[in-house]
Design a protein around this ligand. Structure first.
Ligand SMILES: [Zn+2]
Length: 215
């Protein structure tokens, strides 16, 4: 059985051997994110905020994006085409002076396609993470909690699309997680917003409302 440390060491070695930079920050977030995995040319990097209260879960998740890149290049390349549309639309107009953002006048079809493609790649990523943690148990890794966080994470994209905003507060709080299912469902289930129960929706919505860090 791996410990979190032995698993992390293996991940770092594997990423370095594939020429990715590995940036493990001694912080609880980086620009509001817990981490990311990028294959953009010149920015091939694996980044995790190691002081985040779920840093190991984030590391596992980002590692599974690396596995997608390694073993399912077609899916990875496909998602890269549309992944940013929803994020850019949400960030606009704050990004409107960026040279990369020509305009954010996306059609509903483009936004829905982006939401679909994000859920597709993130669901596949979580499927890999859950399979990995099930087949190769990691000491002190709470799979029940991980699945609850997966539900919060995947459903949050529907709210991002609906409200045109990202959550103002962290969504992996004990209050949110206790309202989430500990079951991992099929992609079709998460694509259909009707499957988002009122209880889950209300639990998540609270984190989109008031910024608890600003009294
Ligand atoms: Zn992801």
């Amino acid at each position: 059985m791996d410990t979190k440390l032995s698993f992390t060491t293996k991940v770092v070695k594997e990423l370095l051997s594939h020429n990715f930079s590995v940036l493990l920050y001694n912080k609880d977030n980086i620009d509001g994110y817990g981490g990311w995995f990028s294959t953009d040319v010149g920015e091939e990097e694996f980044v995790v905020a190691m002081k985040h209260h779920m840093s190991f879960e984030i590391l596992l998740h980002e590692y599974c994006h690396f596995l997608q890149w390694k073993y399912d290049r077609q899916l990875w390349e496909k998602s890269n085409l549309t992944y940013d549309v929803l994020f850019d639309w949400i960030s606009f107009p704050s990004l409107k002076y960026s040279a990369d953002i020509k305009d954010c006048d996306y059609t509903n079809e483009q936004l829905d396609q982006s939401l679909h493609d994000i859920l597709e790649i993130e669901h596949d990523c979580e499927k890999r993470a859950i399979k990995l943690a099930t087949n190769n148990p990691i000491e002190d890794f709470d799979l029940d909690k991980y699945k609850r966080a997966v539900n919060a994470y995947l459903w949050s994209y529907h709210l991002n699309r609906e409200l045109r905003q990202r959550p103002k507060n962290p969504i992996y709080t004990p209050r949110v997680l206790e309202n989430m299912s500990n079951q991992f469902y099929s992609l079709d289930y998460y694509l259909d917003k009707n499957n988002l129960s009122e209880q889950c929706r209300l639990a998540l919505l609270q984190e989109y409302e008031k910024d608890s860090s600003c009294p």
